[in-house]
Write a protein that binds this ligand. Structure first.
Ligand code: GDP
Length: 445
């Protein structure tokens, strides 16, 4: 079994004293472990190099928050960077299949799971998008492969192009197009022949089929367990045929998914789907988070990141509490409260959590406080200068006019906001004067 990256980093950082920020040395030490972990996960060396460089730049000098260790902090940065690198530009599962009949070309090596994936995809389009799908096997070298597609088609209730002996792949592709047009199909999927290794004959056949079919999507199916080989295959197909995306199969096995990262980085093509088993339902849209967690070798990475986030928020709340205790409550404080409200789903919920705000929450509700209102209020605060936010009481009439105008509202709305800030400030002040943690108790209540 692999040693998880979190364990490795934990070991490294146990020896380091806790500091406020990650030093260059800390980061270097940690990144040695990250590098090894990525290589073990089958990420290719050039990709590892550029990845580590990117993380190094982000991690050096990054603040280490209370209650997570520097090691965990690095893991979080690595995790976020992995996701950034893996993520596609748009919805991975959204295929371009308008203008029926839309051809989809499936390419890849033999045994990669191409035929299975063709059927899985057809089923998905049928079930989820209510498309009429036609499948055709172009594997003229292996009659068994043609049979296999027909059997799968039967099983999932998707039509397959009748098998005609002695046709070339190009002829089958043409017939599929004809049949799809005449039969009123939305999509037709061409399952091309694979070889055990890439060879010129295969490539030129695929090129000819591509030229005849003019596919809207060309999906490369690769075995996620094959690591480096998968990357070479992807590069080759991208160069010779041009692909619009990748389907990684056998991601239900215990490979580490490093191929996904290498492939994305070297071909620039998004991973669209992952195969998670032999069953027809076992095809899912690619999710960067999942693969990132897998590459790092930690099932709990997401939980860890979420916990870190919670800690960030808790620390922000503590800072806020300190200000309140001093009776400080300016527009910046109000702005963070408003933003918090947006996150937590509305005014009422948050206010009822704040001391002395229960009544105001009810008033707010009856005054029709909603998300739109909160957005407007934030816009008003944003059009104030830094000084004005810190000391809103210094605002003169002329400035008020301009601020309101800048945010596209009238002065009455700004005055309402100022009143709200004063009222909240007063409440905070009163609570702040309570002795012996009364504020804390009130907050906790
Ligand atoms: P092809 O030669 O590329 O068409 O490959 P096949 O579709 O015939 O698949 C080869 C084998 O891999 C079959 O036994 C499939 O059931 C299996 N297979 C395909 N996709 C997956 C997957 O995502 N996970 C697992 N565990 N097996 C798969």
């Amino acid at each position: 079994m692999f040693e998880s990256l979190s364990d490795r980093l934990g070991g490294v950082f146990d020896r380091l004293t806790k500091q406020g920020a990650l030093s260059a040395d800390d980061v270097k030490t940690a990144l040695r472990e990250v590098r090894t972990a990525l290589l073990e996960a089958d990420v290719s060396l050039p990709v590892v190099r550029s990845f580590v460089k990117a993380v190094e730049a982000k991690a050096t000098g990054a603040a280490v928050t209370k209650s997570i260790t520097p090691g965990q902090q690095v893991v979080k940065i690595v995790h976020d960077e992995l996701i950034a690198m893996l993520a596609g530009d748009d919805d991975a599962g959204a295929l371009k299949i308008d203008n029926p009949p839309a051809p989809i070309l499936m390419v890849g090596l033999q045994g990669s799971g191409k035929t299975t994936t063709t059927a899985k995809l057809a089923r998905r389009l049928k079930e989820r998008e209510k498309k009429r799908v036609l499948m055709a096997s172009l594997d003229i070298y292996r009659p068994a492969a043609m049979e296999q597609l027909a059997i799968l088609g039967n099983q999932i209730g998707v039509d397959t192009l009748p098998i005609v002996q002695g046709e070339s792949a190009v002829q089958i592709a043409k017939r599929a197009k004809q049949q799809a047009t005449l039969g009123g199909y939305d999509v037709y999927i061409l399952d091309t022949a694979g070889r055990l290794h890439i060879d010129q004959v295969l490539m030129s056949e695929v090129q000819q089929v591509r030229d005849v079919a003019n596919p809207r999507e060309t999906l490369l199916v690769v075995d996620g367990l094959t690591g480096q080989v998968a990357v070479e295959v992807a590069q080759e197909f991208e160069e010779k045929v041009g692909i619009s995306g990748v389907v990684l199969t056998r991601m239900d096995g215990d490979g580490r998914g490093g191929a996904a990262l290498s492939m994305r980085a070297t071909t620039g093509k998004p991973i669209r789907f992952v195969g998670l088993g032999e069953k027809m339902e076992a095809l899912e849209t690619f999710e960067a988070e999942r693969i990132a967690g897998r590459i790092l070798g930690m099932g709990d990475i997401v939980a860890l990141v979420e916990k870190a986030q919670e800690v960030f928020e808790k620390e922000a709340a503590e800072r806020m509490m300190k200000r309140f205790q001093k009776g400080l409550f300016n527009m910046n404080d109000l702005k963070s409260q408003l933003e918090q409200m947006q996150k937590m789903g509305g005014m009422q919920g948050v206010m009822s959590m704040m001391p002395g705000m229960g009544k105001m929450a009810k008033q707010a509700e009856s005054a029709g406080f909603d998300d739109k209102m909160i957005r407007r209020q934030i816009a008003l605060i944003q059009s104030m200068t830094k000084e004005e936010r810190a000391k809103p009481e210094m605002l003169k009439a002329s400035r008020k006019e301009r601020i309101a105008k800048g945010a596209g509202m009238d002065v009455a709305e700004l005055n309402k906001l100022l009143k709200m800030q004063r009222q909240m400030g007063d409440t905070m002040k009163k609570l702040g004067k309570m002795k012996g943690g009364a504020l804390k108790r009130a907050m906790a209540a």
